[in-house]
Write a protein that binds this ligand. Sequence first.
Ligand code: FE
Ligand code: ZN
Length: 516
Amino acid sequence: MDDLKAAKKLGLKERYALMTRGLGWDTSYQPMDKVFPYDKFEGIKIHDWSKWEDPFRMTMDAYWKYQAEKERKLYAIIDAFAQNNGHLTLTDARYINTLKLFITGISPLEYMAHRGFAHVGRQLRGVGPRVACLMQSLDEIRHVQTQVHSMSNYNKYYNGFHAFTHMIERVWYLSVPRSFFDDAITAGPFEFMIAIGFSFEYVLTNLLFVPFISGAAYNGDMGAMTFGFSAQSDEARHMTLGLECIKFMLEQDPDNLPIVQRWIDKWTWRGTRVLTLVGMMMDYMLPKRVMSWKEAWEIYFEQNGGALFNDLARYGIKVPDCIGQATVDKEHISHQAWATFYQYGAAADFHTWMPKPDEMDWLSQKYPNTFDKYYRPRFEYWAEQHKQGKRFYNNTLPMLCQVCQIPMLFTEPSDPTQICYRESDYKGEKYHTCSDGCKSIFDHEPEKYVQAWLPVHQIYQGNCFPADADPSKPGFEPLPEVLKYYHLNNGRDNLDYEGSEDQKNFTAWRDLATKN
Ligand code: FE
Ligand code: ZN
C-alpha cells in the first residue's frame, strides 16, 4: 500500500524512466553480442544506446488507454455505417474497386509491419527503441484488423474481397507492394527502420492516409475514412520513430552517414514506385476526386518531404537523386498505370474502365502538360474500340522490373514516348530494371534481387497453375488456370465495371433504398 502511494507521487518523467528504461538490463550469463546478434552486421556503429531520445515518452498503460479510446470511436462509426447500409450512399460503386486494391495490396503490409516491428524490437539492444517498436508493432496489427473489419461489410455484397491473404503471395500486381515489404523484412534491423519508419511512413502512408482517405470520405465511405484517420493518428508516432532512428544513427558515429544515405536513397525510390498504385487510385478510381495525384505529390511529398530533408541536411544527408525523376514522373505515372491495368483487366481482382468524357476533361485540366498529348488519344481510341465490341485486352505478359517488380510501363524521364529500361549483368545473366533508381538498388545487392519471385517469369515457367492443371493437354488455356491459382472468380471479380455484377447489384439496391 505504501509503495503504491509512493508510486502515485512520481512525476511523468520518472514514471516513464522506471517503466521503460528501468525495465532493461545488460545480460551477464551470456555476452550481449550473442543475445543481440543482428544489430551490428549492417555496419552501423552505436556507442551509447542511452542517448536515444523518446519523443513521445509513452508508457504501456497510457498506450492501452489511448488506443482503447480510439477503438471505441472507430467501431461505433464502422457499425453505424454497416447497419445503415452505408455502401448504398457511395457516389458510385466504381469506388469500391479502390478498396479491393487496398485490402489485397495494403492491409497485408500492415500485418507484415506488425511482425517486422516485433522482430526489430527484439533485435535492437537499446531499451528506448525497443519500447517504441513494441508499440508500433501493436499499432500495425490494429491497423490490419480495423481495415479487415471495416471492409468485411463490403465483402458481404461485392466481389473481389474474398481471398486477400491468398492473393498477396500470388497475384502479379500484388507482388509490387509485397516485394517492398519482403525486401525490408529480410534486411537488417536498422535498414528495416529506414525502410518502414521512414519510407513506408513518411513517403507512402502519408500520401495514402491523408489525400487518398480524404477521397474515400468524399465518396461517402465513412468506414474507410474512420480506419484511415484512426491509423493516421498513430502515424505521427511512427514517423517520429523513423526520424529519431535516422538522427540517432547519424549522431552516434560519422561512419554511419554513407550507409544511412544509401538506405534513404534506396527506400525513397522503393516507396515512390509503390505509390504509383495510389496515384492511379486517386486519378482514375475515385469517382469524385479531391485533388490530382500530382497535387497530392507536391503537397505531401515535395513540400513536407522537402522540410524533412532540410532538417536532415545538418547531418550531411543529401536529397536523393531519384527525386529528379519523381518530379518528372508525377505527370505520367497514374495514366501509365491505369493504361496497364485496363489492358490487363482480365487478370485483375477488380474492375477497370475508361474515364468518361467529363473525367478526361478533369484530367486534361489537372495535367495540362501531359494528358492530352500522350494519354487522351490512347484512351479515346480504346473507348471507341470497346463501343465497337472490340474491347482491348493485352494477351502477352509484360517484362517486370527485377527490383520494384512493376511491369515495364514507365517512360524515359527525357522522352515520354520511350519505355524506360535498364540492364545489368550478373554472373552471366541479364537482369532488367525500370529506372536508374531500381538499377542502382540492384547493382548494389544483386545477390538479393536475383532471387526475386517475379510473377511473369513464374507464370511462364508453369509455376502458377492449380495442382491438377495439365499444360500438355490439347487446348490448354493458361489464363483461366492462372486465375484459378489466384482464387480469382473469372467473370465476376475481373473484367469491365460496366456490366459487372457489382454494378448491377449496386444500382438495383440503391433503387430499392431510394425509390418506392
Ligand atoms: Fe499501419
Ligand atoms: Zn523498378
